[in-house]
Design a protein around this ligand. Structure first.
Ligand SMILES: [Zn+2]
Ligand SMILES: [Zn+2]
Ligand SMILES: [Zn+2]
Ligand SMILES: [Zn+2]
Length: 575
């Protein structure tokens, strides 16, 4: 953790204000809190993560009209929600900057209550993007520095990525999840530096690999597990080059029905082979977590790459992240962030911030403050400094009032309907976020029932997405791409799983033709949901290595069917 002279020599156990379960604050944590001048948290790490991530929505999109120009647009907010939203050009345009909604601080009211009031009257961007860095990416959310993408989310530096999520540098690919620097890939999860990788999970530097798991530097492999630098293997059995291609031809990989059979066989074979303690690579030094790569001295990380001296980070996809605690998304040159979410691309020394991105520093209790420098309690504000509640102050006035407000927050904390108190040092209260729990990213990673969510003070959206009139059932669409004609672009196909209608778009069809793969039988939502269920959720458990019996700290609970090896045993066997 943060390498400092140890001031606290002991840890402390306390009950979480939200779930009432005990959690431990380690001495290293106390040192961090002291360093960034915040009191210790009163919520446990998991409840803190849920509270933060519930303020974000990358995957639930609706149609609604812009409040400024009336254009119909894809939106994170359902049409029925009472909130002002602008389309991308209107939100990012120069006709307003957020100071129009400035409020004077009222010392007789709780400060967070005043931030909430501001959050209810300022206009929101319809989607969360770095709009000015995008080209032809109108139908994507959580995207920056990309072009020609379609229905992808949480993506940076991508080109022609379709129906994919959590990406950095994915090109000409479709239906991928957690994909880094890869091209021409389909239905794969956790891929890095790969080319033509299909229906695989956890592969790096692979080319022409099918239905494989945990393989590195492999070429032309099918249904393989835990291989390094292999070629022409099928279910881990070596073949000659000629035999391999002969076998592949017999497998009919252009046919959807045979792909479904191979998928079943491969997944059954995967389970017979050992799993690594957690998904990560040998470039990690002193880390715990799941899906952690190229990171050092970081604990309890989840989907985190290039993270250093940090703890409780999630969804960090772009280098680099240093000295951060309780930070959820997305990196790209950030340091000293605490309780921040969806705040990346050059952000430093900031706390309790959500959607404060691109060149932000010394910003606290702000929500959607773009390019913010020294802002406190601001919402939907663009490129401003020394603002409080969107009101402009001089540097001196700002510093003085900020200290006053922090003292007031400690004396008169915000108290929510369930009696939970939010003093200075806590993230925004439950109910501050603008998304229903089931539409928020929190439900992806920490699923709750409607009753559970409501009992914790979160909201729930009961709306069902509109049904499209189906013109053809998935069961009768062609089994191969060779027999699929362009007329499919005019059809609304009935999904095999949810029965809703879905369409095939031009770019997707072209891509599938290039890869020689059939059209999917299920709608993009069902495909996306399936990929997410195939991924481990946050949370680590103590059990023992299946080989040496030493204790391991792993995302696989005891009852799971996987054979789990500690990192040492796994590396000894598979390098
Ligand atoms: Zn808790
Ligand atoms: Zn507009
Ligand atoms: Zn479906
Ligand atoms: Zn072991």
């Amino acid at each position: 953790m943060i390498q400092e002279t140890t001031k606290h020599s002991s840890s402390s156990v306390q009950a979480c204000q939200n779930c009432k379960k005990d959690f431990t604050i380690e001495s290293e944590d106390f040192n961090y809190y002291e360093k960034i001048k915040v009191p210790a948290p009163t919520w446990c790490p998991e409840c803190r993560a849920i509270r933060r991530i519930s303020c974000t929505n990358s995957w639930s999109l609706f149609w609604r009209n812009c409040a400024k120009c009336d254009k119909k647009m894809l939106s994170m907010f359902p049409a029925s929600q009472k909130i002002t939203t602008y389309c991308q050009p209107c939100w990012w345009g120069d006709s307003w900057d957020g100071t129009e909604y400035a409020m004077d601080y009222d010392p007789d009211r709780s400060f967070l209550d005043q931030v909430k009031e501001l959050s209810e009257k300022t206009p929101y961007a319809t989607l969360e993007t770095e709009y000015l860095t995008l080209k032809n990416c109108e139908y994507n959310n959580g995207i920056a520095f990309s072009k020609d993408c379609y229905m992808s989310a949480w993506a940076d530096f991508c080109e022609s990525a379709y129906y994919s999520s959590i990406l950095n540098g994915l090109k000409f690919s479709s239906d991928c999840l957690r994909a880094w620097e890869s091209e021409l890939c389909y239905e794969s999860i956790g891929i890095n530096g790969s080319y033509r990788t299909f229906f695989s999970d956890g592969v790096g530097e692979c080319v022409d690999v099918w239905f494989s798991r945990n393989c590195y530097s492999c070429t032309n492999c099918f249904g393989c597990v835990n291989l390094r630098g292999a070629s022409y293997q099928i279910f881990n059995v070596q073949y000659s080059k000629e035999e391999y291609f002969e076998k592949l031809k017999e497998m009919k990989l252009n046919s959807r029905s045979s792909l479904k059979e191979w998928d079943k066989k491969a997944r059954a074979f995967w389970l017979t082979q050992p799993y690594r303690e957690y998904h990560g690579n040998s470039l990690n030094v002193n880390v715990t977590g799941e899906y952690v790569y190229q990171s050092r001295n970081s604990k309890e990380a989840y989907i985190s790459s290039y993270v250093e001296n940090s703890k409780y980070t999630q969804l960090i996809t772009v280098a680099s992240t240093k000295d951060c605690y309780d930070y959820s998304g997305w990196g790209n040159g950030v340091e000293l962030l605490y309780e921040c979410v969806q705040s990346g691309n050059g952000v430093s020394n900031s706390k309790f911030a959500s959607h404060c991105f691109s060149d932000v520093t010394n910003t606290e209790y702000s929500h959607w403050s773009i390019g913010a420098k020294n802002n406190f309690g601001c919402v939907n504000l663009k490129r401003k400094s020394y603002c409080i509640l969107n009101k402009q102050y001089s540097k001196e006035e700002y510093e003085k009032l900020k200290i006053e407000i922090i003292e007031d927050m400690k004396k008169r904390p915000y108290v929510d309907e369930l009696g939970r108190t939010y003093s200075y040092g806590e993230f925004f209260h439950v109910g501050f976020g603008k998304f229903a729990y089931n539409n928020s990213n929190a439900n992806r990673f920490f699923p709750k029932t409607k009753e559970e969510a409501l009992s914790e003070g979160y909201t729930w959206n009961n709306e069902e997405p509109a049904m499209h009139k189906i013109s053809i059932e998935a069961s009768v669409i062609p089994d191969t791409i060779e027999t699929t004609t362009d007329s499919i672009l005019d059809e609304v196909i009935g999904c095999m799983s949810c029965k809703r209608g879905y369409k095939i778009v031009r770019g997707e069809l072209d891509l599938l033709r290039k890869m020689g793969l059939p059209l999917p039988h299920d709608c993009s939502k069902c495909r996306e949901n399936r990929r997410f269920t195939q991924m481990n959720k946050p949370g680590l458990y103590h059990r023992s290595c299946a080989k040496c019996s030493l204790p391991i700290y792993t995302p696989y609970t005891k009852g799971r069917p996987e054979i789990v090896y500690c990192v040492k045993c796994y590396q000894a066997e598979f390098a």
